[in-house]
Write a protein that binds this ligand. Structure first.
Ligand code: DLL
Length: 442
């Protein structure tokens, strides 16, 4: 089933025409309403009328995550606050989140693109949909919720976590469609099997999985364990949230981008120049229709490739590959974006901590775990008296670890293990780039 056949199977030339019209309007719109874009266009000697269509896209300035931070919280909004229906937020690179805003029309558009994702995933109107993405500032829960309602599913807004309850509702409510992170889907599958439940007794046929990187091997494992389909969904708060792109269940080979709303480029991250279709580069989006916070050429940091070949499902919108990596040091831990600089913002500068730390990420079963190893300052030793530091049961050590865990939870929103290191024990730069992150999941 195709949710919006007129748009989703549009001939490429007609789609490009629509994108060109929208891009011209967008150039006018941001120039008139967003001071940062007006300044950047002025500095480049660029007038909105210089943008004649998508062939002029390269003239427009880039937007980076740091621009959202510099304009925190609402400085990039293009409408007065009384027209902003909702805000969401995701991790920023420091203690402050990245804030995004939506008008009522933006919420409508978001529901539309997410409804398309349900159809692409093979869901059917009338089915029970268990939404195990987190509700709250994270876009996953509410984005999928509105999309499912628009599509015509019955929504079970259970939010993330609580595996026993998830399984109870899968059984009792006869859930047919489930959305969560891929790592959580595998945890759920293991738990179902461990509890001796026959997967055939469940009705769940479709898993819509995203918000973190995953692999074909994980798909094969999940589909085999539960006898379901698992498809990939991609998105990011800055652009809209989930619903930027989704795999079709017919091909399961790349995610169709809602190109009528999100104009896409794949660029060489170092030069900012386009790469050829099929080659890996950074995916960059321009929001063509967003009202509250339109973005020009947003550098996502996500690495993937683009495929414009015809798809067997009949959709004409280009497909992006799985996300193959990042241009920056962002980690995704249990679906939550984590920047090493956030850890620094939470801990460094607090009494007893030295500005030297390392992050170790591991996977136990299917669940990610993060350990923050941070050095204490010399003074901490002296206060305790030499020797006593080594004792992990020492009250002072326990107290400091607990304080660090709390500060990290406040900034990251997830639990991290904390290990104290003696002065001089954390990694130091030996001239080159300092390696602080040890991702042992692969
Ligand atoms: O993760 C939105 C979302 C919710 C997408 C639910 C899919 C499902 P953010 O918290 O802003 O938004 O994180 C966005 O997550 O730049 C990618 O690095 C990563 N990401 C999202 N989907 C995928 C995916 C949501 N399918 C960041 N595969 C993005 C790999 C993904 N990485």
């Amino acid at each position: 089933m195709i949710w919006n056949p007129e748009i989703e199977t549009m001939p490429c030339l007609a789609l490009e025409k629509l994108q060109s019209e929208r891009l011209q309007k967008l150039a006018d719109y941001v120039y008139a309403r967003v001071p940062m874009y007006r300044q950047r266009m002025d500095a480049a000697g660029l007038k909105p009328s210089d943008i004649g269509g998508i062939h002029d896209l390269h003239k427009l300035p880039f937007t980076k995550k740091i621009d959202l931070r510099d304009n925190y919280p609402f400085g990039l909004f293009a409408v007065p606050m009384d027209q902003v229906t909702r805000v969401h937020a995701s991790s920023g690179t420091t203690g402050k989140p990245t804030v995004v805003g939506y008008t009522q029309n933006d919420i409508e558009m978001w529901a539309e693109v997410c409804a398309r994702c349900f159809a692409m995933s093979g869901a059917k109107p009338g089915e029970m949909f268990q939404n195990a993405y987190g509700y709250g500032l994270f876009t996953g829960g509410l984005g999928m919720h509105y999309g499912a309602e628009r599509f015509g599913c019955t929504v079970i807004p259970i939010s993330g976590g609580n595996t026993a309850r998830q399984i109870m509702l899968l059984q009792d409510f006869q859930t047919a469609v489930m959305a969560c992170t891929p790592s959580y889907a595998l945890t759920l599958a293991d738990e179902i099997l461990r509890a001796g439940i026959d997967p055939k007794s469940l009705k769940v046929r479709t898993f819509i999985l995203g918000a973190e990187p995953w692999t074909e091997e994980m798909r094969t494992e999940l589909e085999a364990k539960l006898g379901t389909h698992a498809v990939n969904i991609y998105g990011l708060s800055e652009i809209i949230g989930p619903g930027v792109s989704n795999e079709c269940v017919e091909a399961k080979a790349g995610m169709h981008i809602a190109e009528d709303h999100f104009l896409t480029e794949i660029l060489n991250p170092a030069t900012g120049e386009p790469v050829a279709d099929g080659e890996v580069g950074e995916i960059v989006f321009t929001t063509l229709t967003k009202e509250a916070m339109p973005l020009l050429r947003y550098r996502t940091g996500d690495l993937c490739s683009l495929n414009r070949e015809k798809c067997i499902c009949g959709r004409t919108h280009a497909r992006m590959s799985r996300i193959l990596g990042r241009t920056d040091d962002m980690l995704i831990i249990r679906g939550v974006n984590v920047f090493p600089s956030q850890v620094e913002a939470a801990l460094v500068g607090q009494t007893h901590f030295a500005p030297h730390y390392a992050l170790v990420v591991t996977r136990e079963g299917h669940l990610d775990a993060i350990e923050v190893q941070i050095e204490v300052q010399d003074g901490f030793y002296r206060e305790l008296g030499e020797g006593r530091f080594a004792d992990a049961n020492d009250d002072a050590v326990r107290h400091l670890c607990a304080r660090a865990r709390k500060a990290l939870h406040e900034v990251l929103g997830i639990n991290a293990e904390v290990t104290l290191l003696a002065p001089g024990k954390a990694p130091r730069s030996e001239g080159g780039k300092l390696k602080r992150v040890f991702d042992r999941r692969k």
